[in-house]
Design a protein around this ligand. Structure first.
Ligand SMILES: [Zn+2]
Ligand SMILES: [Zn+2]
Length: 169
């Protein structure tokens, strides 16, 4: 999978964004928070550094809502139609944007690296194939194998930057 510039937009088309780097992780999250918030069986998020994501048109607004971790998730939505386009979780702070893959123009370019929180997956949804499945979240030791060394380094860089900020605050 190589991504040069990938594009995405909201439901009404006024918010347009571009992603200039391959995501360092792509999650299919089956937690009940993601289900409720998306109205779907799972949320499909591609994680990139904020420098890799550019808002090229439209206006966005931020809405904070509860998340599985207990710390709020901040969701960035189109100001007009309120489609969520990306979000920030407490664990990565502002250092990773969780892009909603469904808002990308070519979602099939972003297959999940991992299924997480499948303990709350609906029974009718059968997961097949080679994508690893975790009942909860993966742990630190799984990261290089899930994402490969180069992307794992980016994962840790973003996570550590967020952690350093939290400690300082
Ligand atoms: Zn919109
Ligand atoms: Zn979730």
């Amino acid at each position: 999978m190589s991504v040069k510039i990938a594009k995405g937009h909201c439901g009404c088309g006024s918010v347009r964004f571009e992603v200039a780097q391959q995501p360092f992780a792509i999650h299919a999250c089956h937690c009940s928070y993601c289900q409720r918030e998306t109205g779907a069986a799972f949320a499909h998020n591609a994680l990139v550094e904020p420098q890799a994501l550019k808002l090229v048109a439209g206006e966005v607004e931020m809405v904070a809502i509860p998340a599985q971790s207990g710390n709020p998730q901040r969701i960035i939505r189109c100001k007009k139609c309120r489609t969520p386009v990306w979000g920030h979780y407490a664990s990565f702070g502002d250092h990773a944007c969780f892009i909603r893959v469904g808002a990308m123009e070519r979602p099939s370019d972003f297959p999940p690296d991992v299924h997480i929180f499948t303990a709350s997956k609906p029974d009718w949804l059968t997961l097949e194939g080679h994508v690893p499945i975790f009942q909860g979240l993966y742990s630190a030791k799984d990261i290089p194998e899930l994402f490969g060394e180069a992307r794992a380094l980016r994962w840790w860089k973003a996570r550590n930057a967020a952690h350093a900020e939290r400690v300082k605050a």
